[in-house]
Write a protein that binds this ligand. Structure first.
Ligand code: GRF
Length: 192
């Protein structure tokens, strides 16, 4: 098995990031997480990266004069590395077109609904409040839109009678943590 290199982008809690790192380590798969990139210096994901001993690159979005400057910085960072997959895990910024084009089919994202239903923020809550009977998760390639790229995999779950939003959120996150690392593994190694 050839060694693979991935980069993770995240802005928030970082539970998916942790699940990914721990999965590859526990299975002793030849996957190196080159670094975690985060634009929010206060995010919990940074603490998780430190705890897991993964290199962190933090670029505080608020300190950039313009969106363009920030985007240029991100592109510069990516260009310095050779990698197989860029994994978005709760990353809250939209990637610029130049990056999307340059790394086509090399960037994936996880979204907590069955796309194209409920794209964007607070997807679990929106699905719950809408009263759908089924929701789930989607793992997809990233394109120029918000949660619109080609779908790689979806896992559906039925919302239980009387289930609270909190319970549903917990179930969704559990399936994210189970499936995201395994789908990344498949994408990285299926051609080998
Ligand atoms: C996940 O629900 C993911 O689907 C969405 O953002 C959330 C990130 O959670 N894109 P975490 O930061 O991995 O805990």
């Amino acid at each position: 098995m050839k060694e693979k290199k991935i980069i993770v982008f995240g802005s928030g809690n970082g539970s998916n990031f942790q699940a990914i790192v721990e999965y590859f380590r526990s299975k002793r798969l030849p996957v190196e997480v080159l670094f975690l990139f985060c634009e929010n210096p206060k995010a919990k994901i940074i603490e998780r990266a430190k705890m897991l001993d993964v290199k962190v690159i933090v670029e505080d979005f608020k300190k950039f004069k313009s969106r363009k400057d920030f985007d240029r910085k991100v592109e510069e960072i990516l260009d310095k590395h050779s990698f197989d997959l860029l994994v978005l895990a709760g990353y809250m910024k939209i990637l610029p077109e130049e990056i999307i084009k340059k790394y086509k089919y090399m960037i994936i994202n996880i979204h907590p609904s069955l796309l194209p239903a409920f794209p964007g923020l607070r997807a679990i809550e929106k699905a719950y409040n809408y009263g759908v009977k089924y929701t789930g998760i989607t793992i997809h390639y990233v394109d120029e839109g918000v949660d619109t790229g080609p779908i790689i995999e979806q896992i559906a779950l039925r919302i239980r009678n009387g289930e609270s939003l909190k319970e549903l959120e917990e179930r969704i996150h559990r399936i994210e943590h189970y499936f995201y690392p395994r789908i990344i593994e498949k994408l990285l190694f299926e051609e080998d």
